[in-house]
Design a protein around this ligand. Structure first.
Ligand code: ADP
Ligand code: ADP
Length: 227
């Protein structure tokens, strides 16, 4: 459903993403893995057009993202970054309600969706809906960040080092939670990490980047590099 075709980004004479192509099947997790500076974030940000490609294109359900208005694209593609980007002066419920409100969902539908997402993440709505981000642990903030990104059922969720700020024990739990929720909601995810172990744990497909190029792509069992 998502086709990434020959995406290339140059800054001056430097090519930071070089002719990268792969497809992302609906309901799967594709993990883009590679060392720092390999071009992973730039690739991810070209998918939602936060970065304009020098050449190449991205198709969502056959539709070129260039023909999709930017507002629509923001709703159709969720985005989670390290640090989660929660609005500090909005409650958990208000944070999760952000995109559904922009889309004009009615109050009942928004409240039901918030409850469903908090339940999925085992955060009791009665306790957590009215809390502010600073009242949450890092792991809880991470979960609310994902819940917010999934709220309006985006066709695609992009995650850039979403567990980078978590300590190892909480990170393992957060990875397992994400997998469970992804399977449950059949979400389509492209996740960026520098952690090969995380890639093998989460990826239905793994795309290995090195120095701007895609050097390997496939299901974990078929990759040459093992963690
Ligand atoms: P990764 O996510 O794999 O660490 P990035 O996509 O962040 O890699 O960066 C890849 C390369 O592109 C790096 O060398 C980085 O310095 C460079 N780069 C990223 N954004 C810009 C920019 N706006 N202008 C110039 N160079 C950039
Ligand atoms: P505002 O004052 O901006 O309307 P609220 O905190 O009252 O903010 O509500 C934000 C959204 O979250 C609303 O759509 C509301 O229905 C929903 N909401 C608030 N509390 C809960 C809760 N306990 N469970 C589920 N949804 C909730």
């Amino acid at each position: 459903m998502i086709e990434i075709e020959r995406l290339t980004k140059r800054y001056g004479d430097t090519t930071v993403v070089d002719d990268v192509s792969f497809g992302v099947e609906e309901g799967t997790i594709t993990v883009v893995v590679g060392t720092s500076g390999a071009g992973k974030s730039t690739l991810l940000r070209m998918i939602n057009r936060l970065v304009e490609p020098t050449s190449g294109r991205v198709l969502i359900d056959g539709q070129d993202t260039r023909s999709i208005p930017e507002d629509d694209l923001r709703h159709r593609i969720g985005y989670v970054i390290q640090g989660y980007g929660l609005f500090p002066h909005r409650t958990v419920a208000q944070n999760i309600a952000t995109v559904p409100r922009l889309l004009g969902w009615d109050r009942k539908r928004i409240a039901d969706r918030i409850e469903e997402l908090l339940d999925l993440y085992q955060l009791d709505p009665a306790e957590f809906a009215t809390k502010f981000p600073h009242e949450l642990s890092g792991g809880q903030q991470q979960r609310v960040g994902v819940a917010r990104a999934l709220a309006a059922r985006p066709e695609l969720l992009l995650m850039d080092e979403p567990f980078g700020a978590l300590d190892p024990v909480i990170r393992a739990k957060a990875q397992d939670d994400l997998l469970a929720i992804q399977r449950r909601l059949r979400a389509t995810i492209v996740l960026v990490t520098h952690d090969m172990e995380e890639a093998f744990h989460l990826g239905d497909r793994i795309a290995v980047m090195d120095q701007a190029r895609l050097i390997q792509y496939g299901p974990p069992a078929e990759l040459l590099t093992r963690p």
